[in-house]
Design a protein around this ligand. Structure first.
Ligand code: SF4
Length: 321
């Protein structure tokens, strides 16, 4: 049986704003098995990046649990968290702004090794830097290059090398390819796949793009306005999407064949404000299947007969029948 590496239970992250409490993530629960990739998708502002950061404790969760190999790390103090971060790393979207422009490639990759005093000598640290550069496909001649001297793909490879330097088990990939050209995106996705196989890594892959997530994920969780609305293995999401929002997201993926016709579902209405969001289904105002019950009653995420999880009253009614 698959072993859970990380389990997120009822995670919430609220931010205080002048207009009220912003519910960035609201009662989010999921797990990721060892060696697996969970894709987390949704429109920008749905809370997916906040989820990644809250798991890493870069944002302090408002409440909930992040259980890593059986231990809740939310109550951890800074020393315990520093040790945890050797196991948990994050790669950010924009390699240009996430890399210190004043440091060379070698200095950026070496930084976590020095901070965690992994090696006794500088020669050992440099040897490790060369090793991870090779692993991520960065030529040794670039060791003293600065981020602005490199293209986007190579900059992202530095970000990945820095994340790998401490030999982590789990990596949050926060939109790792969205700032890159399409052909470079494919190279980075292939690299992430081969690193996962080589080192048995576990990923949370965050993206606004379902077709990107499809190429890397074992399972996919779809987020809408701070909540997970559907979660299933990637085949089920693509072949039989259950939630009306997932159906709309899928219908928006361009089709390559000229003769194929796709019925695009146009979402009308605006996403409600995450500040004091509605009590009922958050997708209510944009849903073509909405019913009276949806307006005031929040649908819980339930497991369906097919094994998929969905939060929608269309399916709650079926489960109760
Ligand atoms: Fe639509 Fe109702 Fe389902 Fe929400 S709960 S997605 S409004 S049918």
């Amino acid at each position: 049986m698959a072993e859970k590496l990380i389990e997120v239970n009822n995670l919430k992250k609220y931010f205080k704003t002048k207009k009220g409490m912003l519910h960035a993530i609201d009662d989010v629960s999921f797990y990721i098995n060892k060696g697996e990739t969970l894709g987390l998708v949704g429109e920008s502002g749905c809370g997916k990046s906040t989820t990644g950061r809250a798991i890493m404790r870069l944002h302090e969760p408002t409440s909930g649990q992040v259980i890593y190999q059986g231990e809740d790390i939310v109550p951890y103090g800074s020393r315990d968290m520093k040790n945890m971060r050797k196991k948990m790393q994050i790669v950010f979207q924009d390699p240009y702004s996430s890399l210190n422009p004043r440091l060379s490639a070698a200095e950026i990759i070496a930084e976590p090794l020095y901070v965690n005093r992994v090696y006794k000598t500088s020669a050992e640290t440099q040897a490790r830097v060369r090793e991870v550069m090779e692993v991520v496909g960065l030529e040794e001649r670039l060791i003293n290059a600065f981020p602005h001297e490199l293209d986007g793909g190579r900059r992202q490879r530095i970000g990945i090398a820095r994340a790998l330097a401490l030999q982590p088990e789990f990596i949050v990939l926060d939109e790792p390819v969205s700032a890159l050209d399409v052909c470079i995106q494919a190279q980075i996705l292939n690299l992430m796949n081969s690193l996962q196989k080589q080192f048995g890594l576990t990923y949370l892959f965050i993206s606004h793009n379902l077709s990107v997530v499809k190429h890397v994920s074992d399972r996919i969780a779809v987020m809408y306005l701070g909540k997970i609305v559907e979660m299933a293995d990637y085949q089920s999401i693509f072949r039989n999407p259950l939630h009306p929002y997932t159906q709309a997201l899928l219908s928006a993926i361009p089709v390559a064949k000229l003769d194929s016709v796709k019925n695009r579902i146009i979402l009308e209405g605006d996403v409600p404000s995450p500040i004091n969001p509605p009590d009922g289904c958050r997708f209510y105002g944009r849903c073509r299947y909405r019913m009276d019950v949806c307006k005031n009653q929040n649908p819980e995420l339930i497991k369906t007969d097919s094994g998929s999880y969905v939060a929608c009253h269309l399916h709650t009614a079926k489960a109760e029948a």
